[in-house]
Design a protein around this ligand. Structure first.
Ligand SMILES: [Fe+2]
Length: 376
């Protein structure tokens, strides 16, 4: 049987117009000082308390909004971009702690920091408030400078998290732009993310590794932004010089994503998804289990998807043909001899029919948890 040069094939992959990124948009636009005043919502049932907080924050350029009760506050939050909530523990309608839980369980507001205030003494209140989702806690009487310092620090953190999310979203958008250069590959990235997550789950990988696989599905070829169209879409064989440029997409991709600390677990996937089991791949010629597992997983599903999808220069192979080709590659010592059979075992057990929406929802949950960890 003729074995296609899947490395060349994979190198030319780039998904479709309209690829749907399963990456959550940032909940808010990054707030930089000087760009727009940051918004603070003070939630307190007593007019005098709200006025007091407003007066304390007067010296800084904040936009201070007020709410007398929880329902009013939730209504404001639903239509305004709030950067900080200052909430009294004792409120009409519901307690401050119940309010915290509501805010933190809402996808749109879960990263909005909450400063809880109370005149009720006792460390148990502080513990319960923090447990309910409050980020900081101050007991009355309030010292104006303490309030201002705490508010400044919380808003600084909020702006940092917003920037982080914005940078991450830009990267994913960049990856989408790279994929859109090729009009022929359908929902390649989405399928890769779904397949590799399912394979990772079959292997019993940790949640953080599953999240990395999902992100790797979208970001693994981001370095192709550095490969000129004349090389990426060349119909004939590449020259050695052109191959040098093409192979560099792994290293360039790693360089692009390296500044994002949250993408650290994805870097090995980006760099090593073209290594070969016998050490003849690139960029580092790693062999066997020296090739990071997540990169090997992504590679298996990447090859399968490339084979079973039509390209301008080839028709789609059937599942059986793709299986035979990949088994041949295992015999040639190019691919992981355990992972490839496991992948086809997963296929046999309805792997392809897995509920991708469910997978994406579970990964979204993991991403949310990661963000929560960032906020700690
Ligand atoms: Fe690649």
């Amino acid at each position: 049987m003729r074995v296609v040069n899947t490395v060349s094939l994979i190198d030319r992959i780039a998904p479709p117009a309209g690829a749907n990124l399963h990456h959550d948009p940032p909940p808010s636009v990054a707030a930089e000082e000087g760009e727009r005043p940051q918004s603070i919502l003070v939630v307190d049932g007593l007019d005098v308390n709200r006025r007091l907080i407003r007066a304390m924050l007067k010296t800084a350029r904040y936009r201070v909004l007020e709410a007398r009760r929880a329902s009013e506050a939730l209504s404001i939050i639903s239509r305004e971009n709030i950067d900080l909530l200052i909430v009294d523990l004792m409120m009409p309608e519901m307690s401050g702690q119940e309010f915290c839980r509501l805010v933190k369980s809402n996808k749109k507001t879960q990263f909005t920091p909450i400063l809880m205030l109370t005149s009720v003494q006792g460390v148990e209140n502080e513990i319960a408030s923090i447990a309910s989702g409050a980020d900081e806690f101050l007991t009355k009487p309030l010292h104006p400078e303490v309030v201002r310092t705490r508010v400044r620090a919380m808003l600084r953190n909020k702006a940092a998290v917003d920037s982080l999310e914005e940078a991450e979203t830009i990267l994913f958008a960049l990856a989408q732009a790279v994929e859109k250069r090729d009009q022929y590959t359908g929902d390649h990235c989405e399928r890769l993310a779904g397949y590799s997550v399912a394979l990772g789950q079959a292997l019993g990988l940790a949640r953080s590794q599953i999240v990395a696989l999902h992100r790797g599905g979208y970001l693994h070829d981001i370095g192709k932004i550095c490969v000129p169209d004349a090389i990426l879409f060349k119909r004939g064989p590449l020259t050695e010089e052109e191959w040098v440029v093409m192979r560099a997409h792994t290293i360039k991709g790693e360089e692009i994503c390296r500044p994002m600390k949250t993408l650290a677990p994805v870097l090995p996937i980006i760099r090593h998804h073209h290594e070969k089991w016998n050490g003849t791949g690139y960029p580092d010629g790693l062999a066997g289990e020296d090739i990071p597992l997540l990169a090997r997983i992504l590679q298996v599903v990447d090859i399968y998807d490339a084979l079973t999808t039509a390209r301008p220069y080839k028709a789609a192979y059937t599942h059986e043909q793709a299986k035979a080709m990949m088994e041949e590659e295992v015999r040639r010592s190019w691919r992981d001899p355990e992972l490839v059979p496991l992948f086809f075992e997963c296929c046999q057990h309805g792997f392809a029919e897995r509920d991708m929406e469910l997978e994406a929802a579970s990964v979204r949950q993991s991403l949310d948890n990661m963000r929560n960890e960032l906020l700690k």
